[in-house]
Design a protein around this ligand. Structure first.
Ligand code: GLU
Length: 428
């Protein structure tokens, strides 16, 4: 989200400029990659349940499609801005590139708060979004998916609108659909599981055993819940998780030294990942200020909420025990905070590598839709593990060889692939 001092797009450009300097990219390539190739802004007009008309602002940014159709989620958020969408579309370009899947980078958004919208109103927004952008998206152009506060049901409404307009079944138009309706088994789990696959590989590299480690996470949405599931299955202990409280408009941390119980918390959580404070207290959780998730004496931190969460102001509060940060969210760490983290010697697994599991599985979903043949969950998750591990190893080997911070190594690999594709197409 944008604040007076924070702009995600400026941050994404700053990160890109740093990689471009290291790669000594020519001016045309820099100019081409510093901005989205194209973007759309539009009004979505809805009849609300009370009969009144309301206008919602929608966006889609296609940052780059040199390596394949643009790909990326659609966010529903009251503080959405075009600059945030631009940044996120740019990060998608690097994500599909570092994961080496034949897709580009896109992102969409609608300024709205699903907490305050009925399902019928949400359906109208989904259908309205597709009606406005129909001509410019599609299975071979730009493929949407779920993101913050959007889910498989939203994807299905969007698909239905797209197919109604086109008069054809086109399941490859969108990913993250419900299983049985063109969705892939494992897609819901993919981002959170992927985050933990990178943690598993990092622990191996640092010669640590998962069962001797602890974790604290920010956010209790889809990514965080599946990250907790896999990490605890592997023997790790999560002691703290924070989430947004819609009623109080602030976040709280939920802590249990003996280890949080995922299913117990899921039982008292709403569909947006908001945990009921009173019920959590009854279950023996300490309910603390939202920011303390970052200050915990743990081995692993997983920011899995929104951008701009680990900043110059709070990075110094990270405990000296922390050895790994794996970024489940997109853009959670600012460049200033990166410097502090680097100085602390923490092993950083950057967002577009750590959370690439979602889009990797989206790619599998498209492949399965094209074949009209769906794989077992084990097959999907096995292929996900292979892709994530391969990408992680490529980045760590490059970082080790050139003595680079992990984020820089990931950027160099990703930007180089995209700039080569743009060059060989004759665009720059
Ligand atoms: N929204 C997810 C992301 O940021 C998934 C994108 C996709 O599957 O296309 O990576």
């Amino acid at each position: 989200m944008e604040t007076k001092s924070f702009n995600a797009f400026k941050m994404a450009q700053q990160q890109f400029d740093h990689a471009a300097d290291i790669l000594e990219l020519d001016e045309a390539t820099r100019d081409f990659l510093r901005n989205p190739m194209r973007e759309f802004h539009f009004n979505i007009s809805i009849t609300m349940d009370d009969g009144s008309k309301k206008i919602f602002r929608g966006f889609r940014s296609m940052h780059n499609d040199s390596r394949g159709p643009a790909k990326g989620g659609i966010r529903f958020h009251p503080q959405e801005t075009i600059d945030t969408v631009r940044a996120l579309s740019m990060w998608m370009t690097w994500k599909t590139s570092v994961a080496d899947i034949p897709l580009g980078g896109g992102k969409g958004g609608v300024i709205c708060d699903p907490h305050n919208l009925s399902l019928r109103e949400q359906e109208q927004i989904c259908r309205g979004w597709v009606r406005q952008i129909y001509k410019n998206v599609g299975p071979f152009t730009d493929i949407p998916a779920p993101d913050v506060m959007t889910n498989p049901q939203h994807m299905l409404w969007m698909l239905d609108e797209y197919e109604t307009i086109s008069g054809q079944k086109q399941p490859g138009f969108i990913t993250g659909k419900p299983v049985g309706m063109g969705g892939s088994l494992g897609r819901t789990e993919a981002t959170g599981y992927g985050v933990i696959i990178t943690v598993r590989e990092a622990l191996k590299k640092l010669k640590l055993k998962t069962k001797d480690t602890t974790m604290s996470l920010q956010g209790f949405g889809n990514v965080s819940q599946y990250a907790i599931e896999l990490y605890t299955q592997m023997g790790g202990k999560v002691i703290c998780v924070s989430c947004w409280d819609q009623k109080d408009q602030k976040s709280y941390s939920f802590k249990k030294e003996s280890g949080i119980e995922l299913s117990e918390l899921q039982g008292i959580t709403d569909q947006f990942g908001g945990i009921d404070k009173e019920k959590a207290k009854d279950l023996g959780y300490e309910v603390l200020d939202g920011n303390v998730w970052l200050e915990q004496d743990v081995d692993i931190l997983v920011p899995a909420a929104l951008e701009n969460q680990i900043t110059q102001e709070n990075a110094n509060k990270i405990s000296s025990r922390v050895k790994i940060i794996s970024e489940g969210a997109n853009g959670p760490t600012t460049p200033d905070a990166d410097k502090v983290i680097k100085d602390k010697g923490i092993f950083m697994i950057p967002d577009f590598l750590a959370n690439a599991g979602g889009v990797i599985c989206s790619y599998f979903e498209q492949v399965q839709c094209n074949m009209n043949y769906f794989w077992s969950k084990d097959e999907v998750l096995g292929k996900l593990d292979q892709k994530m591990t391969f990408a992680f190893n490529a980045v760590t080997q490059f970082a080790d060889k050139h003595d680079l911070y992990m984020r820089d190594a990931a950027y160099i690999i990703a930007v180089e692939r995209v700039s080569k594709a743009c060059k060989s197409r004759g665009w720059v």
